[in-house]
Ligand binder design. Sequence first.
Ligand code: UDP
Ligand code: MG
Length: 314
Amino acid sequence: MISIIAPVYNEEEVLHSLYDRISEVMEGTGEEWELMLVNDGSRDRSAEVIQELHERDGRVRGLSFSRNFGFQEAVTAGMHHVKGDAVVLTDADLQDPPEVIPEMIAKWKEGYDVVYGVRNSREGETWWKLITAKLFYRLIHRITSVDIPLDTGDFRLMDRRVVDAIGNMSERNRFLRGMVPWVGFKQIGVEYARQPRFAGESKYSSTRKMLGFAMDAITSFSYFPLRLATFFGFVMASISGLAIMLVIFLRLFWAEQAFTGQATTLVTVLFLGGVQLISLGIIGEYLGRIYDEVKGRPLYLVDRSWGLEERGEA
Ligand code: UDP
Ligand code: MG
């Protein structure tokens, strides 16, 4: 069986079309399938629409969080509750065309455990989003130790072994685009053109949100920022060593008035103060995430579910 997971946050306008497109494509493959819709605390009618779809077709299952927990949590909840031998993650807004799924299934049958979608073009997105996304993927690729493929979103097919491995990873700060490559096994990409949003609006359009996402990604997969502080420390120490010798030399052999100004002192102190505060901030970013891990709160809370009762897991 193939399970398809779509996280849903205020997507009432797209859910019917999502179901239509997916059921059409999946009927074409002749596979047994289910569609798992995870309602991430939507404030619109998304939950009701999920219920309608479930009543129309029992293969649509769903669960609803008690509030908005976030994209990564919604997808994780989906992974905890699907039963398929292969699991496909897709956005609910039809930006990832379901027509690519049969291609992914074909690769899976060839023996690949992860088939990820590579975006060869992105339509209907702002140039700012395109540039920041490009930079983000390049930066992540350079500074992390896991081999995160370039221009790859969350649209992917995973074998049951990969889904179980990720479902068992208990970390709170979940960056799935890094966790899947981290798991390993045989992975391959298929190219596709990312579509414009079908309806509604993007929840990740603000620069603040994207920065937060980038920060989560970097801190959960790299010590690079911490090393940067060490590096800066060494550079500053070497420069100041040279500067001290220079100042002594000038004072003794050149002019007694050299380096007596307050401005010089002020500038160096402020500069160093800045570097130290940034380093503290970086440590703080990691510390805050350690704090989240230590508290060990549940990743999400389920309010209602549709179609899971018959499996005795509601
Ligand atoms: N989403 C979610 N929880 C959130 C934000 C988004 O489940 O807090 C879902 C949303 O419904 C969509 C997917 O995540 O199915 C991707 O979100 P969106 O399309 O807004 O992001 P973009 O494609 O613009 O990056
Ligand atoms: Mg989208």
